[in-house]
Design a protein around this ligand. Sequence first.
Ligand SMILES: *Cc1c(COP(=O)(O)O)cnc(C)c1O
Length: 359
Amino acid sequence: MSKVFNFSAGPSMLPEPALQAAAKAAIDYNGCGMSLMTMSHRSKPIVAMFAETEALLREALDIPQNFKVLFLQGGASLQFCMVPMNLLPQDGCADYTITGVWAKKAAKEAKLFGKVNEACSSAEATFSYIPKELKQDPKATYLHVTSNNTIYGTEWKSFPKPANPNGYLVVDMSSDILSRKFDWTNMGLVYAGAQKNMGPAGVTIAIVRDDILGKVERVIPTMLSYATHIEGESMFNTPPVFSVYVVNETLKWVKSVGGVDALHKINERKAAKLYKAIDDSSFFKNPVAVEDRSPMNVTFVPTAEGHDEQFIDFCKARGLVQLKGHRSVGGFRASIYNAMPEEGVDALIEAMKDFEKQL
Ligand SMILES: *Cc1c(COP(=O)(O)O)cnc(C)c1O
């Protein structure tokens, strides 16, 4: 068993069964007599494991057949560049919703390849809310959205509709993929680094609609082209087999607890009780718009100065770690992804109450 409740925003907690399976596979993969880390990605068991991982992900998120599932490297940060490089025509335009640092970084990369229209921004209020009105370019190829803003603790509860009838959504789901189901109707591409809610660092998932590629004229380096990885079935070059395996085991755990809908309910319950504890407290407050509160990353700040370190140490002594907020927000952040047990949230709430009592 893990010894502490780890509230880190990423890399973050993983389900215990996935860690146990990974520990075994590190020594001997499924009785093959060798470590998974030493096995050829082209060997039968590994090709089968990749196919199973894809099938589990398709089942978990109801991914339609006209989408390809890719296991890539380079993190979500490389997707910031691969997305516009593959999708944004030189003379075209893309809409970006600026709801946090990650969204800003995505837009910055897109500007290297074409025109970027900032459809909305909550920068003026330290990204403490999700803008409700968008000024989209009616000709935009795609509309980019950061589903959950990991640093600020805000989430789009539903995705905006692209104004261009031929446009589509591109969504960075790094920090809330597998936490809820969503509608695929306007989706073009979904991407997510695994290390928040899906597995360890090293693998990035991209789910690409098959008709959006091949529409730009620029030369795309082989490794940066989605087409390469579709053609190579995520094995154009050596893929991060061990990371994909942990994703596989995490997906099996997701299924074993009732799937994404069941987790969604649990996530809502965990988040509701933590936000209630913050709202009920006179020492902590949550700095984001109530309707946009993230069920994954719960940010809270002290109402009085000078207690930050004290609270972090208080929690640490109880085995509640990694609660420091991002430096741009300050205060505290509890990341309570799928793998954070409800007991972890309960223990944090108790610590908050006890801390306040002894002040
Ligand atoms: C963590 C994070 C990223 C960056 O992911 P890397 O895999 O480290 O590149 C991008 N977007 C969001 C929403 C994130 O939470």
